[in-house]
Write a protein that binds this ligand. Structure first.
Ligand code: C2O
Ligand code: CU
Ligand code: CU
Length: 416
């Protein structure tokens, strides 16, 4: 923090060049650099001030995905930053430790801006006794699929229904990523930063690992599993055990849904011959636990149809679809009429009550802000809304498959 107690983050959206293939630079966009942006570390209680400068040839925005803050600071489609302009939101971090992220949200252009490279991770640090040495035993993994041509350029390959997708997997902007680890336990903060691809993640040798956090913070206890699914925008923190000298491969496996065709290698890991012994994984974690919805709580229903509509209408920047009382806890029932989608709500935490009547597995039972909706399923969410009120500035809810969001599968709500 500076002398005034404020933690300042200067962030410049800019164009640049990135060598995904050595000696063959691609034209990319980045934040402070040429692809992706810095990881922003903060703690609960911090007063943070962003200085976002737009040096792109187009207007854009920067949204703090998962942050609980006043709608004016949210960086959604109403907080546009003109070319050459600066936007300086400021807020107090007042939510549990979590892995969040930031990315542009200009209406109709989000898919293009994210695909070109604009995104970064936000860490609200915890004191839970988990591996926490950033870059050593606490490793961010921003997973994105892209198309890198033989000439090294990033191609814009729009597929039917789901938009921009590719078969070249980038991790933190690196094609064919590899990592050496030096401790017996390593925490990975996984972010699906892809435009559309859903990943069914696990290790090639089928080993189990522990999920310790979902989108919006820690679980109440580590949950053992061998496979997790992350749709665009979702995060999970996992802790993986390694033996000295051992290799491991984090992979995406094929699913049975229509948006994931893939067996993909994500990250090749090798454990050093000598590993320093990590403290044991705690049995309990200080997660917030499920959102408790009071009896008789309001139920709102949302139907996602085609690739562009919620409740039979497209997004309209000038229409507020829902008005929610401050601090309300409600049930949001989201029905997916046809093919794969997901659903993200700004400025809230939710827990998934069930998907088609089945409660989520332990690793998915923590607080979230984005939920995967396989084809023709209905998710019931217990949603806790913010206490920040603003009748004039809406928050968004939308499908986080960015083509769908851009096409209008988005709505607006205010908290009053
Ligand atoms: Cu990650 Cu409305 O966004
Ligand atoms: Cu968001
Ligand atoms: Cu969708």
């Amino acid at each position: 923090p500076g002398a005034d107690g404020v933690r300042r983050f200067p962030l410049t959206l800019r164009t640049g060049h990135t060598e995904f293939l050595t000696g063959k630079p691609a034209e990319t966009w980045g934040i402070n650099g040429s692809y992706l942006g810095p990881t922003l570390r903060m703690r609960r209680g911090d007063l943070v001030a962003m200085d976002v400068r737009n040096q792109l040839p187009q207007p854009s925005t920067l949204h703090w995905h998962g942050m609980r803050l006043p709608a004016r600071m949210d960086g959604g489609p109403h907080q546009t930053i003109a070319t050459g302009g600066t936007w300086s939101p400021q807020w107090r971090v007042d939510q549990p430790a979590a892995t969040l992220w930031y990315h542009p949200h200009p209406h109709g252009e989000t898919a293009d801006h994210v695909w070109r490279g604009l995104a970064g991770m936000i860490i609200i640090a915890d004191d839970a006794g988990l591996p926490a040495r950033y870059g050593h035993d606490d490793i961010p993994l921003v997973i994105q699929d892209r198309v890198i041509g033989d000439d090294g350029e990033m191609e814009h390959d729009k597929r039917p229904t789901f938009g921009l997708m590719g078969d070249d997997i980038l991790v933190n902007g690196t094609l064919g990523a590899q990592l050496e680890v030096y401790t017996t336990l390593v925490r990975f903060r996984l972010l699906n930063g892809s435009n559309a691809r859903v990943y069914h993640l696990g290790f090639a040798d089928g080993r189990e690992f522990h999920v310790v956090a979902g989108d919006a913070g820690l679980l109440t206890a580590p949950a053992a599993t061998a496979r997790i699914t992350l749709s665009p925008g979702e995060r999970a923190e996992i802790v993986v055990a390694f033996a000295p000298g051992e290799p491991a491969v984090l992979r995406g496996f094929a699913g049975d849904d229509d948006v994931d065709d893939g067996n993909h290698q994500i990250l090749r890991i090798s454990a050093a011959a000598d590993l320093s012994r990590s403290p044991a994984l705690p049995d309990r974690l200080p997660g917030a636990g499920p959102v408790a919805v009071p009896a008789g709580a309001r139920v709102r229903r949302f139907k996602l149809s085609g690739h562009d509509e919620i409740n039979d209408r497209e997004m309209d920047m000038n229409r507020v679809d829902e008005v929610v009382p401050a601090g309300a806890r409600e049930i949001w029932e989201v029905r997916n009429a046809v093919y794969a989608h997901n659903f993200h709500i700004h400025g809230v935490d939710f827990t998934v009550l069930d998907v088609d009547g089945t409660p989520p597995p332990a690793w998915q039972a923590g607080r979230k802000d984005t939920v995967y909706l396989p084809p023709k399923k209905t998710a019931r969410l217990a949603v806790e809304f913010d206490r920040h009120t603003d009748a004039a500035t809406p928050y968004m809810y939308h499908c986080h498959i960015l083509r769908h969001e851009d096409d209008g599968m988005m709505g607006q709500f205010t908290v009053v």
